[in-house]
Design a protein around this ligand. Structure first.
Ligand SMILES: Nc1nc2c(ncn2[C@@H]2O[C@H](COP(=O)(O)OP(=O)(O)OP(=O)(O)O)[C@@H](O)[C@H]2O)c(=O)[nH]1
Ligand SMILES: [Mg+2]
Length: 617
């Protein structure tokens, strides 16, 4: 299916043309039929000679209903640009063309209507010249009369060619269906219609409705009056929804796939120049504008950054991606343009701009000069920013957040789903090294910098990032970031501690298994922290919190115990090691844990065979 919108000045024959082509009346309301005027969007469709189906969104031409026109044209890929032969180029011809151009729509047909009333030649030449200067460029032109039927077969052929040449959007793209109509049908509940520009909706899918993000279930789908199991963009779709009342859906809301869009009311955009007009400067923009995207519109407060870059603060949350194109209108200026004839070559309505969304979660502008800095940061980005651009600004992003920004391709995560800007990541690694070294110098007895303290020092949102940053010579051990390796563990033990340890080592040389008791340790000024530091420095073997021996005492004990009759009792071990029960029991338990000895159900032990014994070093 393809979806094509009409465009053109009031009364130029858009609705009449669709009626002649499709046999359906796009003017749905009694008031529209009575006044012979389109007020709101209308819908009609037909099957082309090739078999391709094409749905039309018929828009009003009257100046007062431009917002409705924008809602209809917003999500479509092509337009039928209508100009009446007997009236020629008019203000809303120019205004609608400016909209089409600002949206960047690049496919369409020029249809000169009412050619039974006047020679279509002049209107055609006039319109073609203006259209050529826009995103539409050179388009095929057809002259028709809805009254005589002249030109209608040629129009069908041209439509076939147009439809056949339109790009096929990605069926796997994230779904964003802007609601343009909502109604209820008895027995079926709420129905929401819209143009699906890309992606696929299946019957049974769960979507969320913006801005409430309430989940809704798709009970049924109709495309062009037929029930279908799925709709793939581009198409017109009517979704029968469970989970939402008719009253709570209005035009401008969107049905989106959860997790695939960022709901935002602050965006950074690049305002685009139109045609050969000079680059618009952000400083010249009005303070407030109306922003349009899809069928939505909202008030946007303008905060100029610099050059063509602007921060917009929106009155409503919208589901947006980076790279989205939005339309900016100055409603005040539109009123002053009312009724003015189009000047030659001049757009009648210069207060329409388009902008491309560069950032959907821009960082706050707190510092003085932050606006200029922000602008210079994003000025080099392409209109559709990539992961590397966004990471350069946000430094750290979860892959899921990036996906919700509309970017699915990204570099390898640094840990979990965290993505980091490479330069920032290198700087962080350097900072972590500095923090650990500074901490070790400040507190030589501490086992390292706690992960959470490191996380706070580096202002990181997740402890796992610290762990990922701790590359050799840093390491994470028992929740601490340490400088690994002998000699690096601490810049040497402070002298009083080193002296106490030397005394202990001398004691132990004389009686290797006579661990010092609590009194002895206290007298030497050795507390739990000091013992741990000495153990980390490789100067003591910590058998338990309170029991320390010289390094290698475990291997020596193993040798002695291996000489006993196996299995042996704790009492036999104590005797062989020439020590007390206070020391023998923790030492045996230490050896059990190290896999040197094995404790049997009867509480006796045996020394494991040598080769199975892991090194205790
Ligand atoms: N003679 C003649 N009259 C036409 C032709 N097409 C449209 N009209 C008449 O022109 C008037 C306006 O036609 P519409 O189709 O309502 O125009 P429109 O562009 O849809 O107008 P809006 O939706 O209000 O912008 C009607 O009275 C039509 O009957 C045509 O080919 N020949
Ligand atoms: Mg109409």
């Amino acid at each position: 299916m393809q979806v094509i919108a009409t465009a053109g000045h009031v009364d130029h024959g858009k609705s009449t043309l669709l009626r002649a082509l499709t046999g359906m009346d796009p003017d749905r309301w009694a008031e529209e039929r009575r006044r012979g005027l389109t007020i709101d969007l209308g819908f009609a469709w037909l099957t082309l000679p090739s078999g391709e189906q094409v749905a039309f969104v018929d828009v009003p031409g009257h100046e007062r209903f431009v917002p409705n026109m924008l809602a209809g044209v917003g999500p479509v890929p092509a337009v039928l640009f209508v100009v009446a032969a007997d009236q020629g180029w008019m203000p809303q011809s120019a205004e609608h063309l400016a909209v089409v151009d600002a949206l960047g729509i690049s496919s369409g047909l020029l249809v000169v209507t009412r050619c039974d009333l006047a020679d279509p030649g002049p209107a055609l030449a006039q319109a073609a010249a203006r259209i050529r200067a826009t995103s539409l460029g050179e388009v095929p032109a057809v002259a028709v009369s809805a009254v005589t039927g002249q030109g209608l077969p040629a129009l069908l052929t041209a439509l076939d060619k147009l439809a056949g040449g339109l790009p096929v959007p990605d069926p796997g793209a994230p779904v964003r269906l802007w609601a343009d109509r909502a109604f209820s049908i008895s027995g079926a509940g709420t129905v929401v219609t819209g143009t699906l520009p890309a992606g696929t909706v299946h019957r049974g899918d769960e979507l969320v409705i913006t801005p409430s993000m309430r989940p809704v279930r798709v009970r049924g789908i109709q495309c062009l009056g037929q029930s279908v199991a799925m709709a793939t963009g581009v198409s017109r779709a009517a979704l029968n929804l469970r989970g939402v009342s008719r009253d709570s859906v209005t035009r401008g809301m969107a049905l989106v796939q959860a997790g695939r869009w960022t709901m935002t009311d602050v965006i950074d955009v690049r305002v685009m120049a139109r045609g050969d007009a000079p680059d618009p400067s952000a400083a010249c923009l009005p303070r407030t504008l109306t922003l349009h995207i899809g069928s939505a519109r909202t008030v946007a407060r303008v905060r100029p950054l610099a050059g063509r870059h602007v921060r917009l603060i929106l009155s409503d949350l919208l589901p947006l991606h980076v790279g989205d194109r939005v339309l900016l209108r100055d409603p005040g200026a539109a009123r002053t343009a009312q009724g003015q004839p189009a000047g030659a070559g001049q757009p009648a309505w210069p207060s329409l701009l388009s902008a491309t969304v560069l950032d959907v979660t821009p960082p706050p502008l707190a510092r003085r000069g932050a606006a200029a800095a922000a602008a210079s940061q994003i000025a080099a980005w392409p209109d559709r920013p990539a992961a590397s651009d966004l990471l350069g600004r946000h430094l750290l992003l979860r892959a899921s957040a990036l996906l919700a920004m509309g970017v699915s391709e990204h570099p390898e995560p640094v840990t979990g789903e965290w993505l980091a800007d490479p330069g920032y990541w290198r700087r962080l690694a350097g900072k972590l090294g500095e923090a650990v070294t500074a901490h070790a110098a400040r507190e030589p007895l501490a086992p390292g910098l706690p992960l959470d303290a490191a996380r706070t020092a580096l202002r990181l949102p997740d402890r796992r990032l610290v762990a990922a940053l701790a590359r050799p010579p840093l390491r994470v051990h028992e929740g601490m970031v340490q400088l690994a390796g002998p000699g690096l563990a601490a810049p040497g033990l402070p002298e009083p501690l080193a002296a106490a340890v030397r005394i202990l080592r001398a004691d132990l040389e004389r009686a290797p298994f006579a661990a010092p008791d609590a009194d002895r340790l206290r007298n030497l000024g050795l507390d739990v922290k000091g013992l741990a530091a000495a153990a980390r420095a490789g100067l003591l073997l910590r058998v338990s919190d309170q029991i320390v021996l010289a390094p290698g005492a475990d291997a020596a004990a193993a040798g002695i115990l291996a000489g006993l009759e196996q299995p042996f009792t704790a009492a036999a071990a104590r005797q062989a090691l020439n020590t007390t029960r206070r020391i023998a029991i923790p030492l045996l338990e230490y050896l059990d844990r190290a896999g040197v000895t094995e404790r049997l159900p009867d509480d006796r032990r045996s020394v494991r065979r040598q080769e199975a014994r892991p090194s205790s070093q």
